[in-house]
Design a protein around this ligand. Structure first.
Ligand SMILES: *[C@@H]1O[C@H](CO)[C@@H](O)[C@H](O)[C@H]1NC(C)=O
Ligand SMILES: *[C@@H]1O[C@H](CO)[C@@H](O)[C@H](O)[C@H]1NC(C)=O
Ligand SMILES: *[C@@H]1O[C@H](CO)[C@@H](O)[C@H](O)[C@H]1NC(C)=O
Ligand SMILES: *[C@@H]1O[C@H](CO)[C@@H](O)[C@H](O)[C@H]1NC(C)=O
Ligand SMILES: *[C@@H]1O[C@H](CO)[C@@H](O)[C@H](O)[C@H]1NC(C)=O
Ligand SMILES: *[C@@H]1O[C@H](CO)[C@@H](O)[C@H](O)[C@H]1NC(C)=O
Ligand SMILES: *[C@@H]1O[C@H](CO)[C@@H](O)[C@H](O)[C@H]1NC(C)=O
Ligand SMILES: *[C@@H]1O[C@H](CO)[C@@H](O)[C@H](O)[C@H]1NC(C)=O
Length: 903
């Protein structure tokens, strides 16, 4: 996510690439608006086009639509709520004809005759559609119960059968940041996320602030959400499909005409369908607009509309050695659940209870579960099955230290030995790319492979891999990334300067782009983001050195720890004197919190206070800012992690809550592995991927990084905060899905329906892996609605006084017991079982020396006990000696039982 010259946060007002396509008023705004009001919603309809102009909740002035800039979105091709697109064919023709009500607008024909009491407007759309269509297309805006709704009627007016191979309802909301300051963006804009769940499908729209009412769009009548299609539009006045304007999507009721053509190389989320219309047949579809009290209560609003709701606990990413629970909430009974042959399923033991889904041994990857209800509704829930999480990590470590291990010691850029960006399509290391950092083992885009490998050694050290990483640190991080004895980290080890390097640059590539830095530019050391990757690597090696002392390394644990803190301070101390962007939150900087914790544990008091001074300056600065989530981009979802960490660490009054709300706005809970906990990101394919475009990313690193504040908040406030746990847990598990069956890990998944696949580049994957490594925890909790729960473990329900669980997460070193507000963490080895005794309020752990067979065995481990939010833990480990602010457990026999009791 490298600096882009077009969109710089320092100059938000200048962002717009103002290409005034035209000042045309094709919508007919000059003719004014028709106001409407229902119990829950108020707004305005454009009189001439009868498209929606304004949509507010009835009790607030917040507009979910770009009403304030509507006059510059009035040109042909710009979609608005109320538009309709379709592809049809009549008998005898095999080709589809495309129709779009936004292409050539004309005032629609008002149908005043049909105005009934609950109707605000109705029109025949013929004037704004192509001539001689074999359909009558009408649209009405109406009150539905307390809500507001739109219905489209399509009648086949021909004498023969017609088919609709595509039918879409554009959902345009105010996600336009272009030309707005950070404050205006935060005040006025919204984000939309879809649940492509057929009759249970809905779109959730949240105010960017993360507070206040949310908008929920559900089907009116039978209007399945089959696919979610990005709409191509002219660039317009706001840079459509750019970093500050993601663009618009449509709710597709039918999609086969796309699936057979543009999307023929992808596997859609739902089976593509079409609709046959007999001569004279009328087809009605529509959308209902409802208001949720807040983002956390969107699911309640969905249930209220009688749309089926699915809630998966812990979620929809399921390691094959675990099982998952699926709660269904609908007014009609379940008729059938089709698990696609991938799970064994057991029905609820009590009404409203969960279905239990357990993967069958051979299942892997995307799985669609289809639920049929007695009222004929069909719902799909989208799962991703992985191998057991530790073996998935084992594969990743093996893959990157073999296939992506770069060993060409003659490399003119000094990149060997290292672990480099890998291309899964060509199955080669990417040793050149005009975006030089991708081949330059720096920036996020060039570090994903090595950072993931480093953090994997923290989680699951393997002798061979540790030694490869150690050589990388001593021979390449030092010397190539940190040159000439300096702690400065270069922006890229690779550069484009034919005179300066004896290297065959591929002439097929465009080396004239601004991304093809010369040596001077590549060797700049001012980008603060670049420091996190080596720091995390040093820190991971410190933990290997410290916790597995039998493993011979090239330096002592003190050295790795020292390099980590010195590199951090070089960049960030003295108000980030040596860096740019050092005073904004940095991706992955949660690891600096781990570093600080370890400095305390090692009694390095001078470094502790120096690092705290550095961080306090940043945190106090954020506390003074209205929108402290700056980055290289005009709007971003990356700074929140660091801003939350340090403002919470220093107990500053307003920023932590503001930051959590910001995350809540862009990380949804949705019954789909791809969107659940998916932090909104949509431009980093341009900077770190093989397929380069502005496109919503699924499980880019934002998912796991933004999960950390949510999980931390849950640990501080475990009561009535299940939503934070559900979304945080989903985001934290996400990086497991990026890892393929052989251990390669992709930067992110492409969400556009023509792709629906993982990007071939490893790119900037590692930041997400870092978030997963630092966040993975098994949570034992209980909830009013859902009872005793284990996120990440298996609860044994056989004994009501004890909750026994065996962690199935990826790291298996952290346990949180909500009833005790107690977080337990071990330094090495793995937790095999946890028994929480409710009556005695004690926790017994079985710890083993290694999580996987080829991992190093720990001869001892430290057990740390924390009660987030309170000064003292109030617990201790029976019979253990204290060290590094924890309790030492001897693992020389391979296993140990540890009893944790109240002091
Ligand atoms: C909706 O809110 C906006 C403020 O964004 C206000 O200007 C507009 O008048 C409101 N519309 C209605 C119909 O209440
Ligand atoms: C649309 O069709 C429904 C029946 O499905 C009917 O009640 C309604 O009046 C029609 N509306 C328009 C504008 O044609
Ligand atoms: C269904 O959802 C509603 C609204 O959120 C809630 O009140 C009810 O308890 C839920 N029922 C079940 C069985 O989960
Ligand atoms: C450039 O590298 C090639 C091998 O890659 C070598 O044969 C040649 O001698 C080198 N040229 C110079 C000027 O170093
Ligand atoms: C390190 O020193 C070499 C030789 O003086 C120079 O070319 C290079 O730019 C220096 N690197 C950095 C990052 O300053
Ligand atoms: C870190 O910096 C301190 C202070 O300058 C120095 O004494 C120490 O040797 C450095 N540590 C490493 C590993 O370079
Ligand atoms: C629960 O398990 C504990 C330990 O195994 C045992 O002492 C206790 O009697 C059990 N309670 C019940 C109700 O089975
Ligand atoms: C662990 O126990 C073994 C066997 O009792 C003993 O030899 C070893 O010294 C102990 N290790 C530590 C670190 O106390």
């Amino acid at each position: 996510m490298t600096f882009t010259p077009l969109f710089n946060m320092q100059t938000p007002a200048l962002l717009a690439i103002v290409i005034v396509v035209n000042g045309q008023d094709n919508l007919g705004l000059a003719n004014g608006y028709t106001a409407f009001q229902t119990k829950s919603i108020q707004g305005q309809i454009v009189r001439s086009s009868q498209t929606l102009a304004s949509l507010n909740s009835s009790s607030s002035n917040f507009n979910f639509l770009p009403f304030d800039i509507l006059s510059r979105l009035a040109f042909n091709g710009a979609h608005h709520l109320g538009d309709v697109t379709f592809r049809y064919r009549t008998s005898g023709s095999s080709a589809w004809t495309s129709v779009d009500s936004a292409s050539a607008r004309k005032p629609v024909t008002v149908m005043s005759s049909s105005l009934k009491p609950n109707l605000f407007a109705a029109a025949d759309l013929a004037p704004t559609l192509p001539r001689n269509l074999p359909f009558l297309v009408t649209r009405e805006w109406l009150q539905y119960e307390d809500d507001f709704a739109m219905r489209i009627n399509i009648t086949n007016t021909a004498k023969s059968i017609a088919e609709l191979g595509s039918l879409g309802l554009p959902v345009s909301i105010n996600n336009i940041f272009t030309g707005r300051t950070a404050e205006q963006t935060q005040d006025r804009c919204s984000l939309a996320d879809p649940y492509v769940g057929l009759d249970a499908g809905y779109v959730r729209v949240s105010h960017l602030r993360g507070t206040g009412k949310a908008l929920v769009i559900t089907p009116l009548g039978s209007t399945p959400l089959e696919a979610w299609r990005f709409l191509k539009e002219p660039q317009g006045n706001y840079g459509y499909q750019s970093q500050t304007f993601e663009g618009n999507y449509e709710w597709q009721v039918h999609s086969i005409a796309w699936a057979q053509n543009e999307w023929r190389n992808s596997t859609p989320w739902n089976a593509p369908t079409f609709k046959t219309l007999q001569p004279g047949e009328l087809y009605s579809i529509g959308l209902r607009f409802s208001i949720a009290e807040n983002i956390q209560k969107i699911e309640n609003a969905v249930v209220k509309t009688k749309t089926p709701l699915a809630v998966g606990i812990p979620g929809y990413v399921v390691p094959s050695d675990s099982s998952t629970q699926l709660y269904l909430n609908h007014s009609s009974a379940v008729k059938n659940v089709d698990v696609g042959g991938a799970f064994t399923i057991s029905a609820p033991s009590s009404p409203g209870g969960p279905y239990k889904l357990t993967p069958i041994a051979s299942a892997w990857g995307r799985i669609r579960v289809t639920i049929s209800y007695e009222d004929a509704k069909t719902q799909t829930v989208h799962y991703f099955i992985t191998k057991p999480a530790p073996s998935t990590l084992a594969k990743l470590g093996r893959f990157f230290t073999t296939s992506a291990h770069y060993t060409n010691i003659a490399d003119p850029f000094g990149r060997a030995p290292s672990i480099m960006t890998y291309d899964r399509e060509t199955n080669k290391i990417v040793d050149q790319d005009p975006r030089v950092w991708i081949s330059g083992i720096s920036d996020e885009g060039g570090t994903g492979a090595y950072l993931a490998t480093a953090m994997k050694q923290f989680a699951q050290p393997v002798a061979r891999e540790v030694s490869i990483l150690d050589d990388f640190i001593h021979d390449t991080v030092i010397g190539t990334l940190q040159q000439n004895g300096s702690l400065g980290v270069v922006a890229s080890a690779f550069f484009y300067e034919p005179g300066a390097a004896n290297f065959s640059y591929n002439p097929i590539f465009d080396w004239q782009s601004w991304t093809s830095w010369n040596r001077e530019r590549a060797y700049t050391t001012r980008r603060a983001y670049n420091y996190i990757h080596p720091v995390a690597t040093y820190w991971a090696m410190y933990r290997v050195a410290r916790d597995y002392p039998e493993q011979k390394l090239r330096a002592s644990w003190e050295w790795y720890l020292g390099r980590a803190v010195n590199t951090t301070q070089y960049c960030l101390s003295n108000r980030a004197k040596n860096c740019d962007y050092g005073l904004v939150g940095l991706m992955g900087e949660w690891v600096l919190g781990e570093l600080l914790e370890d400095l305390k544990r090692e009694g390095k008091n001078a470094q502790v206070s120096a690092l705290e001074t550095t961080m306090r300056y940043r945190a106090e600065r954020w506390e003074t800012e209205t929108v402290p989530f700056g980055s290289e981009m005009a709007w971003d979802s990356t700074g929140q992690e660091g801003v939350y960490f340090w403002t919470r660490y220093f107990s500053l009054p307003s920023t932590p809550a503001k930051t959590l709300n910001s995350i809540i706005a862009y990380m949804p809970a949705i019954a789909h592995w791809g969107w659940n906990g998916n932090a909104r990101r949509y431009w980093d394919f341009v900077y770190g991927a093989k397929i380069q475009q502005i496109e919503r990313q699924i499980h880019h690193y934002g998912s796991a990084l933004n999960s950390l504040p949510l999980l931390h908040d849950y640990e501080l406030n475990p009561t009535n905060n299940l939503y934070a746990l559900r979304v945080g847990y989903a985001g934290n598990f996400a990086p497991l899905t990026n890892i393929d069956d052989e251990g390669f890990a992709s930067a992110a998944f492409h969400s556009f329906p023509e792709l629906l696949k993982w990007d071939p580049y490893s790119g900037d994957y590692g930041q997400g892996f870092l978030g997963m490594s630092l966040g993975q925890t098994t949570y034992i909790t209980s909830d009013q609605l859902y009872g005793d729960l284990s996120f990440g473990g298996h609860i044994d329900y056989s004994n009501s006084t004890m909750v026994e669980t065996s962690p199935k997460d990826a790291i298996r070193r952290r346990v949180f017991v909500a009833a005790l507000a107690l977080k337990i963490e071990i330094s090495a080895g793995a937790v095999q079982t946890v028994v929480y005794d409710k009556t005695v309020q004690s926790v017994t752990l079985t710890i083993v020396d290694a999580v996987a067979s080829d991992a190093l065995k720990a001869s001892s481990a430290i057990v740390w006990l924390k009660r987030p939010g309170s000064i003292t833990a109030g617990f201790s480990v029976a019979g253990a000696r204290k060290e590094r602010l924890g309790w030492v457990v001897n693992l020389s026999s391979g296993t140990a039982k540890v009893r944790i009791t109240k002091l």
